[in-house]
Design a protein. Structure first.
Length: 237
């Protein structure tokens, strides 16, 4: 269990996964990952000229939904600690020439973002590789970087409550995905981790409780029968 949440292990995992991450993320969510990201962004109260922080940004998968021409943020700060994910995010940045994007290659638990500078914080699929102590540190960091009244929204793949859906989805994640990983990418081990992390994560209920303890206003969210879950809310004004 210790290794599972060890930052060096997680960083290596995403370095190894980076080349195929987008395709596999799409497959593992039955094509829903893009819809879920868009919905996650919609739960923020984005206004033109805001400062938006995308934590665990990966290679910028949430950016197309944040960087809307009609509602362009003054700045998007995108943070991740994986060298490979950040390298790909830097390539992705060129696709948004009219946006101001600051990419930080940093650990979220020791980041250089200034106190109270974020109007909104988002994180797509970055929760499941954290244990409860790390989720608590994440809440502390988000409370520090959000301005009073600022909003947040986060989502991750989850274990559905419905028995049949749970059996099907977990079988798919734990047994089908590693086979697809080995056929198409020659790497079943990396993708086996997805099922392991998802099973240990369960759903975002514990994240909701932790964020409430940290004085956030929080609402629990479910997507597609609980195949993904998350939280949204705000730092009290
Ligand atoms: C599943 S990917 C999510 C990528 C993207 N946000 C998306 O919507 O698909 C999780 C990302 O979190 C990053 N990550 C995990 N732990 C981190 C930490 N402690 N600090 C910074 N980034 C971290 C990983 O490197 C990885 O790129």
């Amino acid at each position: 269990m210790k290794t599972l949440y060890n930052p060096e292990f997680v960083e290596r995992l995403f370095d190894d996964m980076s080349a195929s991450y987008n395709r596999m993320n799409y497959i593992t969510s039955f094509g829903f990952s893009k819809i879920w990201r868009r919905q996650c962004v919609q739960h923020l109260e984005l206004r033109p000229g805001s400062v938006v922080v995308d934590l665990m940004t990966g290679m910028g998968e949430c950016w197309p939904y944040i960087l809307h021409k009609k509602c362009l943020p003054a700045q998007l700060i995108a943070l991740d600690f994986s060298t490979e994910m950040i390298r790909r995010a830097t390539v992705q940045k060129a696709k948004f020439p009219s946006a101001s994007i600051l990419i930080l290659k940093e650990n979220v638990f020791g980041n250089s973002i200034e106190d109270g500078m974020a109007d909104c914080v988002i994180s797509g699929f970055g929760l499941k590789t954290f244990d409860e102590a790390q989720l608590s540190s994440l809440a502390t960091e988000m409370y520090r970087i959000l301005r009073p009244g600022g909003t947040f929204s986060m989502i991750d793949v989850s274990v559905p409550k419905n028995r049949l859906l749970r059996l099907l989805y977990m079988f798919y994640l734990k047994h089908v995905i590693p086979v697809l990983g080995s056929i198409f990418l020659g790497n079943p081990e990396t993708y086996r981790m997805l099922g392991i992390y998802t099973e240990a994560f369960g759903n975002a209920r514990k994240v909701e409780a932790i964020f409430r303890q940290h004085h956030f206003e929080v609402e629990y969210l479910e997507f597609f029968g609980g195949c993904a879950s998350g939280i949204k809310g705000r730092k009290p004004a």
